[in-house]
Write a protein that binds this ligand. Structure first.
Ligand SMILES: [Zn+2]
Length: 391
């Protein structure tokens, strides 16, 4: 053992040299200890492996039997008068070594316990991965199709207790990790998913899509339907899933759209008044025969075409800006609208009579999500047909 080989024995009359040697050794150890604590401090404990280094010296090299039996040994403490026996010296060295070993074993035991816990409890492993900021950079999760990958990322970042479906899908994630959960990181290569993995992830996508649809519908009831909820609802209908960021900002965007909708309503009513005036002024633009057949709506259609736009980005009607008031004078902007007041988009398409009912009656419930597949679409077609007739 190390401490045996480190023992030095000096010849008789060399006590001074033995003490000098121990002092020198002490100095060297001190110096080295300072380095090793900064280099290996954590790994080896404070002071590095030198912490349990022991040395002793005595002056009986010519009478080794005395060296074995008498209390003639000085050690690194340099106690001088209080000399000890070789056995005590060795035991003392052994004690430091044993303490170190015990500490190591305790740390190892704690690691084993944590490893066991991480293997047994998916929630604990997930929290541990979150703490480690684990990221899958490669194809590990991407190989589960677009919505599958999104669902797995949502699952990884969630802190809610897992349902059975989530536990099964989480098992598919853990198969993409290296074996030791304590050192968890993505496997060097993506692991091809088993049939069970694929099934579990598909079930997770369904679960999350159901939750997201319910949430979108609930928000639409509370805040009314705006571009944000419409866009997200459509993504869910198309088989997609909202990522973490969209999911987290859903309510905020719905609330913002609700405020924009109020302003939109104000602009709509202002526009309807303006259209009435314009229609009176421009009635000659429609032929007499057309006016006789369809009434004023034929002139409305002309004004709508001139003054209204549809935002290609968020699919909302874009009304002309409000008349500008300066003192008692009101300036009506002759120009067409240039920006959507919902999304600020400036790519505007020409007026489309498909938005007629919204223009006339305000924001009805547009078709959202499941409505598109049920009777809703027929209702829309009926409305369109009626509007077409009225025009
Ligand atoms: Zn827009």
């Amino acid at each position: 053992m190390l401490f045996l080989s480190d023992l030095l024995v000096f010849d008789r009359g060399a006590v001074a040299r033995a003490v000098a040697f121990l002092k020198l050794l002490n100095g060297l150890l001190d110096k080295h200890r300072r380095y090793s604590s900064s280099y290996y401090g954590d790994e080896w404990g404070r002071g590095g492996h030198l912490a349990w280094f022991a040395a002793g010296a005595c002056a009986h090299a010519r009478e080794p039997e005395r060296a074995l039996s008498e209390a003639c040994w000085d050690d690194l403490v340099l106690a001088g008068g209080g000399l000890t026996t070789l056995t005590d010296c060795l035991n003392k060295a052994r004690a430091a070594y044993d303490a170190h070993r015990a500490k190591e074993e305790a740390a190892q035991h704690a690691r084993d316990e944590q490893r066991k816990r991480l293997r047994a409890k998916p929630e604990a492993l997930r929290a541990y991965l979150q703490e480690k900021h684990l990221r899958f950079q490669g194809e590990h999760l991407a190989q589960f199709s677009g919505a599958g990958e999104t669902a797995l990322h949502l699952l990884l970042s969630s802190t809610e207790p897992m349902s059975e479906i989530e536990r099964d899908a989480f098992a598919a994630i853990t198969r993409q990790l290296t074996d030791d959960p304590l050192e968890a990181e993505p496997a060097p290569q993506p692991v091809p998913p088993t049939w069970t993995d694929t099934e579990a992830v598909a079930a997770l996508v369904e679960l999350y899509r159901g939750r997201q649809r319910a949430r979108v519908e609930e928000l639409a009831r509370r805040y009314g339907e705006g571009p944000a909820l419409r866009r997200d609802g459509e993504r869910l209908v198309d088989g997609g899933l909202l990522g973490g960021y969209s999911w987290d900002s859903l309510e905020e965007l719905a609330r913002r759209d609700q405020q924009a909708r109020r302003e939109q309503e104000r602009l709509r009513l202002i526009y309807l008044d303006r259209r009435e005036r314009e229609a009176r002024r421009r009635k000659h633009e429609a032929g007499v025969a057309a006016r006789l057949a369809h009434g004023r709506s034929v002139v409305y259609a002309i004004v709508d075409r001139d003054l209204l736009r549809v935002c290609t980005r968020c699919d909302e009607v874009v009304y002309p800006p409000e008349p500008e008031r300066r003192g008692t004078v009101i300036y009506q902007q002759p120009s067409q609208p240039s920006r959507c007041q919902f999304c600020g988009g400036s790519e505007l398409a020409g007026w489309d009579p498909a938005y007629q009912s919204e223009l006339e009656y305000g924001p009805g419930r547009r078709l959202l999500g499941s409505d598109l597949t049920s009777g809703g679409i027929d209702g829309l077609m009926d409305d369109q047909a009626k509007r077409g007739g009225r025009l």
